[in-house]
Design a protein around this ligand. Structure first.
Ligand code: F0G
Length: 484
């Protein structure tokens, strides 16, 4: 056996629950699993964790990729004019203006992955905050220089150290914004975040019912002297509020319109930007291009990744509204690979395919999402003691099992280790040739993110598997579920 050097530990864990399958071909919602007895088709409900809104190897995207290679389009020509990046940014703007009823241009900064674009947002927001802080400080210094010395001394004593407070990022409980050094601090899961807490600014995780209160709790003021009087001025401590329109990795939780409105209002009142993270929910999956458009939450920043690469390219982009955009940021942030011709052209093709026929793809996402949700709800209704909830929007759906950590037996043991969803995924793959995964931070919830072409037959195949899972869980028939 060859030495295993590419994450052998992870492979070992996958093998324990029968998930170390090798897939050798992908088309639409089907993956072919290499087994000793031949390649077996598997229905893929994982959908590249949201990157495959158009499925594996969509023919029009494959053709576009081929054209680009055949034409020898230079993929890397950094520090030159990139009209294709501009075209993609313009296409993203046109959709944004339509869905949100605005006409404000959004500037695009390209990156490579979701977490990287989140970090770009972090940096841009911090640069904005630091600039505001410096202007406020200069203004107060100027006032104090000509103020009554005693008042000035009191103001200086109060303000001591306050301008150096670290930034605070706010985000909702259960959020996931990536796993890089900065972005992982905005990811609620303590297992991912805490080992690296020393590396970057900390976030506050806000319960959805306490948005206004949480923003108020961060209020810090400094003293100024105006017209011979001491006055309080608000210090810009909060750098941004990050929010997912539908929490993905945290368990498929849809952002409620009233919470969205509260976040928007609190940000406007305090002057910090709202960063809408559409990395997983964006690009058509929910029945609109921008998932936040369902709740009318227009972000100051919008992050796209995953599906904008069409399943072929690695690409992400941060959109920043003109009124908040700092052009000088372009000189401070870059990546060798960002804004490359290949990913921009593929991204433009993705938008074109989604926008074709007056947005038929969005209607299809909504219709297929409803078909899948109805099928999942029927499973819940049949097994109410096993299935706790079915939720989501469009083709971003979750099915949550009741807690299984109590009790005896192998399944409960796996559940206590946080592996229930993985054991069930292993069973569904092995016995029903269906690929699903739990959400990584809520392992009692399975998530479903197939392409907009998911067929009724494939949904039936999933339902057959899920009914068998539920029956076995209900009957505590562990031997049916666990690998032999
Ligand atoms: N933001 C959201 C909302 C995400 O769902 C993810 C990734 C990221 C940022 C980071 O993107 O992986 O390209 O760096 N979510 C995956 C998941 C990993 O499990 O849902 P990335």
């Amino acid at each position: 056996m060859a030495l295993e050097l590419a994450e052998a530990h992870l492979r070992g864990l996958l093998a324990q629950v029968g998930l170390d399958a090798e897939y050798v071909r992908g088309e639409g919602d089907t993956l072919w699993w290499r087994t000793p007895s031949g390649d077996v088709p598997v229905v893929d409900f994982v959908g590249g964790y949201g990157s495959l809104v158009l499925g594996h190897n969509h023919p029009a995207l494959v053709e576009r990729a081929r054209e680009l290679l055949d034409q020898r389009v230079p993929v890397h020509a950094q520090f030159s004019y990139h009209p294709y990046a501009n075209d993609l940014a313009a296409a993203l703007n046109r959709v944004l203006w339509r869905e949100f009823g605005t006409d404000e241009p959004y500037s695009a900064i390209f990156a490579n992955t979701g977490a990287e674009a989140v970090e770009v947002a972090l940096k841009h927001a911090e640069m904005d905050r630091v600039g505001k802080l410096a202007r406020l400080r200069a203004e107060i210094d100027e006032h104090l220089a000509s103020a009554d010395p005693e008042l000035a001394a009191r103001a200086r004593a109060h303000n001591e150290g306050r301008f150096d407070l670290p930034p605070v990022f706010l985000t909702l409980e259960g959020s996931f914004h990536g796993k890089l050094a900065g972005s992982v601090q905005l990811t609620h899961n303590a297992g991912y975040r805490l080992p690296f807490r020393g590396l970057a600014a900390q976030a506050r995780f806000v319960p959805p019912a306490e948005v206004t209160k949480a923003v108020e709790a961060e209020r810090v003021t400094v003293l100024d002297v105006v017209d011979g009087e001491l006055v309080e001025r608000d210090l810009p401590v909060v750098a941004a509020f990050f929010v997912e329109p539908v929490q993905g990795e945290g368990g498929i939780r849809v952002l409620e319109a009233d919470v969205a409105a509260e976040i928007r209002a609190a940000a406007d009142a305090a002057g910090f930007p709202v960063v809408v993270d559409e990395v997983q929910s964006g690009v058509g999956r929910t029945g609109a291009f921008y998932a936040a458009s369902h709740v009318g939450l227009l972000g100051d920043y919008i992050v796209l990744a995953k599906a904008i690469g069409g399943g072929l390219a690695k690409s992400s982009v941060l959109l920043v509204r003109r009124s908040r955009y700092l052009p000088e940021f372009e000189l401070l942030h870059s990546s060798t690979f960002a804004k490359d011709a290949f990913s921009c052209h593929i991204g433009a093709k993705v938008v074109e395919l989604l926008e074709a026929d007056g947005g038929a793809a969005y209607r299809r996402a909504a219709e297929r999402g409803e078909a899948l949700a109805a099928a999942l709800r029927a499973v819940r209704d049949e097994f109410p003691t096993v299935v706790a909830d079915v939720r989501g929007r469009g083709l971003m759906l979750g099915l949550e099992f009741h807690d299984r950590t109590g009790g005896e037996g192998g399944v409960a043991e796996y559940a206590r280790m946080g592996l229930l969803g993985y054991v069930l995924a292993g069973y569904l793959l092995r016995e029903h040739h269906v690929r699903v995964f739990p959400t990584a931070s809520a392992t009692h919830t399975l998530r479903f993110e197939p392409s907009i072409e998911i067929s009724d037959e494939h949904i039936d195949q999933l339902v057959t598997g899920l009914r068998a899972v539920c029956a076995a869980l209900r009957d505590q028939d562990d031997s049916a579920l666990l690998p032999g």
